[in-house]
Design a protein around this ligand. Structure first.
Ligand code: ASP
Length: 286
C-alpha cells in the first residue's frame, strides 16, 4: 500500500559550534536527507532510506560517526550504531565496534539476521575488568576543561524517516564521546535510549549518552506521541527532561509521528538538522 506522504529528518549532533563549520555541517545534513528522500520518493522502503542517509553522514569526516569518529582514551575509534523499524519492531545495533567504515550497515545486517538485537566489540570485556574498583560520582570527575573539550567534539548523526507505505524507521550512528573508556557504550545503539521506533513514532537522540540512557529518552518521546502530543511538543518535552538535577547532560532529539509530522528540539546552542516534507520542501535549521 502506498499513498502516504513521505518525510525525513536528519541531525548531525547536538552541541556548540564554535568554529565556522556550521554551513558545511548543514550541507552535509542536506546531502544525507536528499539521499534518503530519493528512496522515499520512489516508494522505497523506509529502512533503506534511513540507512542511505546515515551512510552519507558517516562518510562525512566533519561528523563524529564512521569516518571522523572521535577517539577513546586509548586513542582508538570505537563506534556505536542502531537501526529500527517501527511497525515490525525489528532492530539491529552494534556497540564499541572498530575497523568498520559504516557501522549503520553492520547494524542493518544484525537486524536482517534477526537472531540478536545487539553485538558488542571486545571493549565490553575490557570495561568489565574495571568493575569492583572504588567508585565516585561521575560528575565529580568532570572538570571544565574536559567538559569544553567534549563540547567541541560532537557530531553524532541520526535519521528518522516515514515512507509512502506509512512505515517509520530510525537510525543513529556515533563515535561516542571524546576520551571515553574502551568499551563504553553510549545511548545511540541502545534501543529506547538513543534510538527507538514503534507504530506511534520514531526518534533519534544526540547529546550526553549517560544522561539519555538514564531517561530512556527516545522511547519517552515516542510515548509522548502515543499519548497525543504533537511532534514538535513531544520533542520539546522530551528534551526538557534532560534538565534534571539528578543527571548532568544536554542534547537534542529528532522525531516523526505516525502521520509523518516532524519534530525536533535541543537543549544545546546548536544541532544542525535538515528535513524534507511535502513537495520536496527542504528545510535547514541549527
Ligand atoms: N550521544 C552520543 C554518545 O553519548 C554522543 C553525541 O550525541 O554526540 O555516545
Amino acid at each position: 500500500m502506498t499513498g502516504f506522504q513521505p518525510s525525513i529528518i536528519v541531525h548531525s549532533g547536538a552541541g556548540p559550534i564554535k568554529d565556522d563549520s556550521l554551513p558545511a555541517r548543514l550541507e552535509g545534513c542536506k546531502a544525507a536527507a536528499l539521499a534518503g528522500w530519493e528512496i522515499l520518493q520512489d516508494g522505497g522502503a523506509v529502512l533503506d532510506a534511513v540507512e542511505a542517509a546515515v551512510i552519507v553522514l558517516e562518510d562525512n569526516p566533519l561528523f563524529n560517526a564512521g569516518t571522523g569518529s572521535t577517539l577513546n582514551s586509548l586513542g582508538r575509534v570505537e563506534m556505536d550504531a542502531a537501526i529500527m523499524e517501527g511497525r515490525t519492531l525489528r532492530a539491529g545495533a552494534v556497540a564499541a565496534v572498530s575497523g568498520i567504515r559504516n557501522p549503520i550497515k553492520l547494524a542493518r545486517r544484525v537486524l536482517e539476521d534477526g537472531r540478536h538485537v545487539m553485538l558488542a566489540g571486545d571493549g565490553a570485556s575490557l570495561f568489565a575488568r574495571q568493575v569492583g574498583f572504588p567508585e565516585c560520582a561521575p560528575q565529580s570527575l568532570i572538570v571544565d576543561r574536559e567538559q569544553r573539550r567534549w563540547d567541541s567534539k560532537h557530531g553524532t548523526v541520526g535519521c528518522v524517516a516515514y515512507d509512502a507505505h506509512g512505515m517509520l524507521a530510525v537510525g543513529t550512528s556515533t563515535g561516542g564521546i571524546f576520551n571515553k573508556l574502551p568499551g563504553r557504550v553510549g545511548d545511540s545503539p541502545l534501543i529506547g535510549c538513543g534510538t527507538y521506533a514503534d507504530d506511534y513514532g520514531a526518534a533519534s537522540c544526540t547529546g550526553h549518552g549517560e544522561a539519555i540512557i538514564r531517561l530512556l529518552l527516545a522511547k519517552c518521546a515516542v510515548d509522548y506521541l502515543k499519548n497525543g502530543s504533537e511532534a514538535k511538543i513531544a520533542a520539546e518535552i522530551a528534551v526538557a527532561r534532560l534538565d534534571d538535577d539528578r543527571i548532568v547532560g544536554n542534547g537534542g532529539i529528532i522525531l516523526i509521528d505516525r502521520c509523518g509530522k516532524i519534530g525536533y528540539a535541543r537543549s544545546t546552542t546548536h544541532m544542525p538538522v535538515c528535513y524534507i516534507t511535502g513537495a520536496a520542501n527542504v528545510v535547514l535549521a541549527s
